[in-house]
Write a protein of this length. Structure first.
Length: 490
């Protein structure tokens, strides 16, 4: 049947449209890549760190690294192979970390770097030609040895423009001089944690926290990753967990962008240098979980360079009980002018770890890095299992002298009577305990308040513990809270 004129015109228009339609753009050519493979075997007793060199050619826009190693079976009780990894650029591997570009430990099997972005744990920035090094850390080596294979891939092309560095603010609107709650030991995807900084921000606020400290293992890459914390009302202190082979130590509240090297043992006599570096960067030196039982976790450097100590780490266990007793022993040998405050942190990595469980509650002049660190350094702080628990602990005299947690009372003479008062909310059914340089002096079961009288002649300091019911008497139950001491004489 013959088409109408209108149909013919429509058909012609459709044909014209089809002819005029642009063709799809040509696919971008795949960037050129080159690859090198590095292999080796580490024997039992290998050095703590082994540096595998490779040459970075010019015109590289992205560096990709993956690795694998064998895991032969070992006899019961004998550690198998575990191999950590990191990266140093053309500036070298010298102690101090000038060439440091990142560390992921054993948390991931591959990573990348570009000028504008990098895998968490690594630092974006220029990829300059020269002799770079893969840093291997044989954490444990099986009797059969540890064979590894590293694949290094260079993606060639024009580098992306560098991304600007944005750090969290050092002050937020607060409540003036008040008690602020924080957790100075949390891990994100920037080391071996499972949560992003954004997820940790939400968990911290839900836990009633006012501040956290970034404490990734041996890297400061997360310092720029806390966008949104200020809007959520969370102060973020920047720091690091310096994870050596003879103990872990928290750098709390260092200047943003500060990296602290970890490649030494107690026997090397180098820790004092890096403790000074933490303080020069405005931070606190806080040995973590000093009596932990994992390989390399227990603190072996002594406490002469410490500003505080993490006595409570995560859910209360036997090593925390030992840490508390050991810390108390240091108080017996100290005085009100030079002593080591105790802190409590979650060491959050993944479920079932709880951000803010436990937490440190600190008396500070405002919600700022300077004020929070000053309160922690002075020991004006107590440990609590959660934000539900609050403690009021004071010592007073009849003539009006007054001291709170971390402070020193100044009575007229050593025989002045001192009234010690303790009250607790959010810990019903707990046992209240007062401990002095002579040991446990008062126990009040299932109470929310207690009073006790003494004199500076009899008591150098007094501290409080709030204990849950004992699970295995005669051992005490886990704490709901404990305080730093009030000093009755200096």
């Amino acid at each position: 049947m013959a088409l109408s004129r209108r149909a013919l015109l429509a058909q012609a228009a459709a044909s014209a449209t089809a002819v005029a339609a642009p063709s799809p753009p040509a696919a971008e050519p795949e960037p050129a890549t080159t690859t090198t493979t590095l292999r080796g075997t580490l024997a039992p007793g290998a050095p703590d760190f082994v540096y595998v060199p490779f040459a970075l050619p010019p015109d590289v826009r992205e560096l990709r690294v993956s690795y694998r190693y064998d895991r032969p079976p070992t006899p019961p009780g004998t550690p198998g192979n575990a191999l950590d990894i990191g990266l140093f650029d053309q500036r070298g591997t010298a102690l101090g970390g000038r060439g440091f570009r990142g560390w992921s430990g054993g948390a991931r099997g591959e990573f990348f770097l570009r000028a504008d972005e990098a895998t968490p744990g690594y630092l974006p920035g220029p990829l300059e030609r020269g002799r770079w090094h893969i840093a291997l850390g044989p954490y444990t080596v099986a009797p059969q040895g540890l064979s590894y294979e590293i694949t290094v891939t260079f993606v060639h092309g024009e580098p992306a423009p560098p991304a600007p560095l944005t750090y969290p603010p050092e002050r937020l609107p607060g409540r003036g001089r008040a008690w602020y709650r924080g957790d100075c030991h949390v891990h994100s995807v920037h080391s071996d944690g499972r949560r992003t900084p954004t997820e940790i921000i939400a968990l911290a606020r839900a836990a009633g926290l006012d501040f956290v400290n970034t404490s990734e293992h041996n890297t400061h890459s997360s310092h720029t990753a806390w966008t949104g914390a200020a809007a959520a009302g969370l102060l973020v202190l920047t720091g690091e967990e310096i994870t050596t082979r003879t103990g872990h130590v928290l750098a709390v509240g260092t200047d943003p962008g500060t990296f602290v090297d970890w490649r030494y043992r107690a026997r090397d006599g180098r820790f004092a240098r890096f403790a000074r570096a933490v303080r020069q960067a405005g931070g606190l030196v806080v040995p973590a979980h000093p009596h932990a039982t994992c390989i390399g976790c227990a603190w072996k450097f002594g406490f002469g360079e410490a500003d505080a100590v993490e006595v409570w780490n995560g859910p209360w266990t036997a090593d925390d009980e030992v840490s508390l007793a050991s810390w108390d022993a240091t108080l017996c040998a100290a005085d009100g002018d030079r002593w080591l405050p105790a802190l409590a942190h979650s060491d959050h990595h993944r479920d079932p770890d709880r951000v803010g469980g436990p937490q440190t509650v600190v008396l500070a002049d405002d919600l700022s890095r300077t004020a929070i660190l000053a309160g922690l350094r002075a020991g004006r702080a107590y440990a609590a299992e959660s934000s539900a628990v609050s403690v009021d602990f004071t010592a007073v005299t009849a003539r009006g002298a007054h001291a709170g947690i971390g402070e020193t009372l100044a009575p007229a003479d050593a025989d002045t009577e001192v009234l010690v008062r303790l009250s607790v909310t959010g810990a019903e059914g707990c046992e209240l305990r007062l401990v002095t340089d002579q040991g446990l002096v008062l126990t009040v079961p299932a109470a929310t308040s207690a009073q006790w009288r003494t004199t500076p002649a009899r008591t150098a300091y007094v501290r409080a513990e709030v204990r849950r019911p004992a699970q295995a008497p005669p051992l005490p139950g886990p704490p709901a809270a404990f305080t730093n001491p009030i000093w009755l004489r200096s």
